[in-house]
Design a protein around this ligand. Structure first.
Ligand code: 26W
Length: 823
């Protein structure tokens, strides 16, 4: 039995109550009658932190004493969301806190709303890292996660007349109660400069003379595992100017220059790049990557040397480093540099260590997202690393590749870490594959495509290197905490430890045809929809009915994710209603949440189009409220937690072959939404688990998309062949939805016709509309819908991130679990 499922004891309520008041008085310096909601939040967080820190101390002492093998998870992004509710749930204190605060005349739900989201990530990759943190701690695996302590996380989004406006996110403006600064573990990070070669005992020795040194200051955030498990560390690096570097300039009257240099050093961790595609060419981005990679490795090495000094023979036995995409790939030449130049190991010793230590996860096949850095830039910022990369590449091509494909220069050019073009580039994906012992994709179909399309020759060279680890999500946050009503219902039918053993939800299948259970399940969905309806009203002013079908698409805005396909379907329905106000359809609320990268023009136009079409439809009384369209501003983790429990239908409609996995699809299905989706990413595995009868699968498959590309795809064929599609597309550039600015939505139509429709929106349109029709028909049959919804919840056990982590452990990291009090 998990603690939280017992009703809380009086003693623990009183203890927490006393602690909250003590913190209100002694840390917040205020008192009950005067305290602001924010002060209550901080006092509650401080009280909870007493348990968190005790767990942290136990765990870290155990891991250090036992000198355990650990994984070091390097990621540029951690999309943590809020921590108070999560920590309460994982400590089994949620109900305790609710009662304690109630006794104090406070409402826990309101207090939770005070916490700003920790949005140090863009989307799927960052949120995956956050779910993995939860699972690593829960499963008692020794792990340290490293990232950047951005002053500003992902921008805050609002709409002005339907257009996206960005403002800086200021999550730490009024302090963050969860983090602890560790000045004793500061690192110095070198940048720029040149490399000197000196002869040492007949051997050429390289010395990097940096042009700048910055300080990396670590902030630790304790990560609490579920139900008394370990508390691991998320260590985020903040950049500061070094204490000494500017004094000469300063003293010789260079006050302004010294300040400028300080600002430059602090710029490194100032802001998260808001792109989930590419920032190639941006010097600051490369510096961010190196800054956190070098600081993390120095930290790992310091920990190792504390126990083992200069004996490097056990390093790869105790240290695993996971690269979350290629963003930390510069870690590979950095570890080489430290071992060769600073620790005096030979090339072969150093390289053997690297290949045993590193492994790399690929999260995307989109060509524009595969990182490349210009040689010029690399040479200027990291001159020694470029030399090392050349040497790695030379040895790789002349030994491994030459042995397998003797004399084949074409294959060498394709496999080379350096792309030879007019503008020579360093291919970070190639570097990551060469420097790692395992490379994984994030869903079955994606991992196959990594083998066949992205890295076929690497796969031929090293058949055991490329592998799959299907993504997962933590059921603690994405069911237990965000959907308390459904969790309570599940508790009645399934062992209370289901948040640890999500396969146990299979038992719910026994009740899928039980009318009472169906009723209870759908009543909860309706309650959640009422809550979301209130949120929608508060955020947008639009009134929606909880009796309508809630159709939800939440994810970053991207052409490949095809929010515009969803929009075309909405426009088609609207047109039918205009032609016949009695057109028979189940009333629907189309709900979107999406941020567009600030520089991605078409993505922003799609947001504008959704908002403008929505305005028009929402105000049209002739259609009797059969359609409502809302785009909720500032989509983020805490908003997702409100939307997901209320969804009936989950839109997962990417072009087949483009979405590496998707993880929102898992969260929505777990909360009883039916998927309308393509056979792409994890949708395929979700359909395998839930059964295609319980979903609406449509569209081209990966192979069909490929065939279409080979045979020549012409979007005009679909435009001319389908009158409804043509009419809908034409209404995008005839000023129908934006009479004051007739061409305002034309870019979307243009991209789909003249632009060639790279993402096959027109090819999939009809099949999508047909699938939507099936969803409409099924929703009318309440029992059939409820049955499928229950089966979706029941069959998502595979997508527990604990299973993903166990896969990494078994196949890549080879860790042993150590409970926090292990001896
Ligand atoms: C700026 C460069 C850049 C390039 C790519 C930044 C971020 C990326 C990521 C690959 C974007 C991302 O979040 N990818 C998503 O990763 C999820 C977790 O594996 C998958 O579920 C999504 O399908 C994938 O799009």
């Amino acid at each position: 039995m998990s603690k939280s499922s017992k009703s809380p004891g009086k003693a623990s309520i009183e203890a927490l109550q006393t602690s909250i008041i003590r913190h209100l008085h002694t840390s917040q310096g205020t008192y009950e009658e005067k305290a602001s909601p924010e002060a209550w939040w901080k006092a509650t967080a401080a009280a909870v932190n007493e348990s968190v820190m005790a767990g942290l101390t136990d765990t870290q002492r155990t891991h250090s004493k036992l000198d355990t093998r650990a994984v070091n998870y390097l990621s540029m992004e951690f999309l943590m969301g809020r921590l108070l509710s999560n920590n309460l749930h994982n400590l089994g204190l949620f109900d305790v806190a609710e009662k304690a605060l109630d006794n104090l005349g406070q409402n826990l739900a309101d207090i939770l709303e005070q916490e700003p989201d920790m949005a140090l990530g863009n989307g799927g990759l960052g949120r995956l890292a956050a779910c993995f943190l939860d699972s690593l701690a829960t499963l008692n695996y020794p792990a340290v996660c490293y990232g950047i302590h951005y002053e500003h996380g992902l921008f805050e989004q609002s709409f002005s007349k339907g257009r996206q406006i960005e403002r800086p996110d200021d999550w730490r403006e009024y302090g963050n109660p969860w983090e602890v600064c560790r000045p004793e573990s500061v690192q110095q990070i070198k940048l720029y400069g040149y490399v000197e070669t000196v002869s040492q005992g007949g051997r050429a020795h390289k010395i990097w003379r940096p042009g700048q040194v910055v300080k990396a200051v670590p902030w630790d955030i304790p990560i609490v595992g579920y139900d008394g498990a370990n508390v691991n560390i998320l260590r985020l690096w903040e950049s500061r100017a070094t204490d000494f570097f500017d004094w000469d300039v300063f003293n010789s009257g260079g006050y302004v220059d010294a300040q400028a240099e300080q600002a430059q050093a602090e710029a490194i961790s100032k802001v998260l790049y808001p792109n989930d595609e590419t920032d190639a060419g941006k010097e600051l981005r490369l510096i961010q990557q190196y800054f956190f990679s070098a600081a993390s490795l120095a930290d790992i090495i310091r920990r190792y040397q504390r126990a083992h000094g200069d004996d490097w023979s056990r390093f790869s036995e105790l240290v695993a480093v996971q690269l979350n995409d290629t963003h930390p790939a510069v870690s590979i030449p950095e570890l080489m540099r430290v071992l060769l130049d600073e620790k005096g190991l030979s090339w072969d010793e150093s390289w053997a260590i690297c290949q045993q230590v590193f492994s790399y996860t690929n999260h995307t096949l989109l060509p524009e997202a595969l990182e490349k850095w210009s040689l010029h830039l690399f040479a200027r910022v990291l001159p020694r690393h470029l030399e090392i990369i050349f040497e790695i590449n030379h040895r790789f091509l002349s030994r491994d590749v030459e042995a397998k494909w003797p004399g084949d220069d074409a294959v060498k050019a394709r496999l080379s870490i350096i792309e030879e073009s007019d503008h020579r580039m360093v291919r970070m994906g190639h570097l990551s594959v060469v420097g790692s012992h395992k490379v994984n994709g994030v869903a079955q179909v994606h991992s196959e495509l990594v083998k066949t399309d992205l890295f076929p020759e690497f796969h031929a060279l090293w058949p055991d290197k490329l592998t799959n680890v299907t993504n997962g999500i933590t059921p603690r946050r994405w069911l237990k905490a965000c959907n308390p009503r459904l969790s309570a219902l599940i508790d009645q039918k399934v062992d209370a430890d289901w948040p640890l053993h999500l396969d146990k939800l299979q038992k719910l299948k026994d009740f899928a045809d039980d009318a009472d259970f169906q009723q209870a399940f759908m009543d909860i969905k309706r309650q959640n929809k009422l809550d979301l309806a209130a949120e929608i009203k508060a955020l947008t002013g639009v009134e929606v009915s909880a009796d309508a079908l809630f159709d939800v698409q939440i994810k970053r805005l991207h052409e490949y994710k095809r929010q515009h396909l969803n929009l075309l379907h909405i426009m088609a329905l609207y047109r039918r209603l205009q032609q016949d106000p009695n057109y028979d359809m189940v009333p629907r609320v189309f709900i979107f949440g999406a941020k567009a990268a600030p520089g991605y023009r078409l993505a922003k136009d799609i947001i504008y189009a959704i908002n403008r079409v929505g305005d028009r439809i929402n105000q049209d009384e002739r259609i009797q409220g059969k359609i409502k369209v809302v785009m909720l501003p500032n989509y983020r983790v805490s908003l997702a937690e409100k939307m997901i429990p209320a969804a009936d239908l989950s839109e997962q409609i990417s072009t087949a072959g483009k979405e590496a996995s998707g993880t929102g699809n898992m969260k929505l299905a777990l909360n009883g939404a039916l998927t309308i989706g393509t056979l792409d990413g994890a949708n395929i595995e979700i359909a395998e688990e839930a059964g295609e009868d319980n979903e609406f699968i449509f569209g081209l498959t990966v192979d069909e998309v490929k065939a279409l590309n080979q045979n020549g795809y012409n979007p005009y064929d679909y435009y001319h062949a389908d009158a409804e599609l043509k009419a809908v597309l034409d209404s995008l550039d005839n000023g129908y939805f934006t009479p004051e600015e007739p061409g305002a939505l034309a870019s979307i139509k243009r991209s789909l016709l003249e632009g060639g429709d790279a993402y096959k929106v027109l090819a999939d349109f009809r099949s999508y509309v047909d699938a939507q029709q099936l969803a409409d028909a099924k929703y009318r049959d309440k029992a059939a819908w409820a049955r499928s919804a229950i089966i979706n919840t029941a069959t998502m056990g595979k997508f527990n991130s604990d299973r993903s982590i166990q896969d990494y452990v078994d196949r890549i990291w080879k860790l042993t679990p150590y409970p926090r009090k292990a001896k």
